[in-house]
Design a protein around this ligand. Structure first.
Ligand code: AMP
Ligand code: MG
Length: 335
């Protein structure tokens, strides 16, 4: 007589893959972990195929190639992500702008041709950056960019959407405990297998990977960080990173070097982490304090840590180089 061997549900199944331009890792507990992970990776590749700016036939590439010409009917995934990106552009009054791509290309951060462009080159590309030129048509899920040479980039929000989709798949497979790590864009599903809270380290933005500023503890939430250490190049001793301020055309410089958002949906965390990074500490903290259920941890170059009221009890600075800033010194208010 044969007995099916019971899966050891206390040790997780861990798989890595390269998708969405990054190394992702899924760490899943439960009987159906293997199946849930395989389904998730298929879904991640599907999202990548639709939203990559590098894939010739992606929805995003079709919109970009037809800028100023005609609207393109896109998959509902893509439509939703662009609609959300538009919403965050409006909310941040253009600090977040999914039409930033011409400037991302010009700076070439992370490519071999990365260099500081001239003022004239920046001004020439800036004229194409304006989220108000995205024409959304919900009746047939079509999208058009008003002017030729305009170009969409959902790189600041797509991984968040992807994390939410993976979470959904895992839940459908009755998974109760998992870490979805899409290149640092994390969703911690449920609680740890032993029933305790997850502890997630907030990366030290000025130090090597794996060194933390502090630890945040929670259950069933997304944690997304935008940081100047993720992609950058150095020219004449100065660091130029990948988050561009659409108002200047230069990498955003307002004191913030890392912005973390803790939220229920990762698409919100991803969108807002980029918004917050560009808005600067004052406006950022005010914005996030006003959104129910969303919290932020913002680190500035003078090694101050700004924490919204909702997460204060669950966040601990563990590195003595950093001190917590007083929210009220920048006009913050309690929720
Ligand atoms: P994230 O790491 O989520 O903050 O996203 C950064 C990526 O979004 C960059 O690599 C660019 O592709 C794109 N991006 C850069 N600046 C902006 C901006 N101001 N608004 C929207 N997307 C941006
Ligand atoms: Mg983002």
């Amino acid at each position: 007589m044969f007995f099916k061997r019971k899966a050891n549900i206390e040790s997780p199944v861990i798989k890595e893959a390269y998708v969405l331009g990054t190394v992702i890792q899924l760490k899943v507990y439960g009987n159906k972990a293997e199946k849930a992970i395989d389904e998730s990776i298929i879904r991640l590749n599907e999202i990548d195929d639709r939203m990559s700016v590098f894939k010739e036939f992606s929805d995003i590439s079709r919109i970009n190639k037809n800028a100023g010409v005609e609207a393109q009917v896109v998959n509902e995934d893509t439509y939703y992500v662009i609609e959300k990106a538009f919403e965050y552009a409006k909310l941040s009054q253009g600090a977040f702008d999914p039409t930033i791509r011409p400037l991302v290309n010009l700076w070439g951060v992370w490519t071999e041709h990365a260099k500081v462009p001239s003022k004239e080159e920046i001004a020439a590309e800036l004229q194409y950056v304006n989220y108000k030129d995205i024409i959304l048509n919900g009746t047939n899920s079509s999208i058009k960019l008003s002017k030729e040479k305009q170009c969409l980039d959902v790189g600041a929000i797509a991984k968040g959407y992807a994390a939410d989709e993976v979470k959904q798949i895992l839940k459908e497979d009755a998974i109760k405990s998992a870490i979805i790590d899409l290149g640092g864009n994390i969703f911690a599903l449920g609680k740890k297998f032993d029933g305790s809270l997850w502890n997630i380290g907030i990366q030290h933005p000025l130090s090597s990977r794996g060194k933390f500023v502090g630890i945040v503890s929670f259950a069933d939430k997304s944690v997304v960080t935008s940081g100047n250490y993720e992609r950058y190049f150095i020219q004449e001793g100065k660091r130029y990173h990948h988050i561009i301020d659409p108002r200047t055309g230069y990498p955003s410089e307002n004191g913030i070097i890392s912005a973390t958002i803790i939220s229920d949906y990762s698409i919100d965390g991803d969108g807002l982490s980029t918004c917050v990074y560009v808005l600067g500490p004052q406006k950022a903290m005010k914005l996030i304090e006003g959104i129910r259920g969303v919290d932020a941890i913002v680190i500035t170059e003078d090694r101050k840590v700004y924490v919204t009221s909702g997460i204060k009890d669950n966040f601990k600075i563990t590195n003595e180089e950093f001190t917590e800033a007083d929210l009220f010194t920048i006009g913050g208010r309690a929720k």
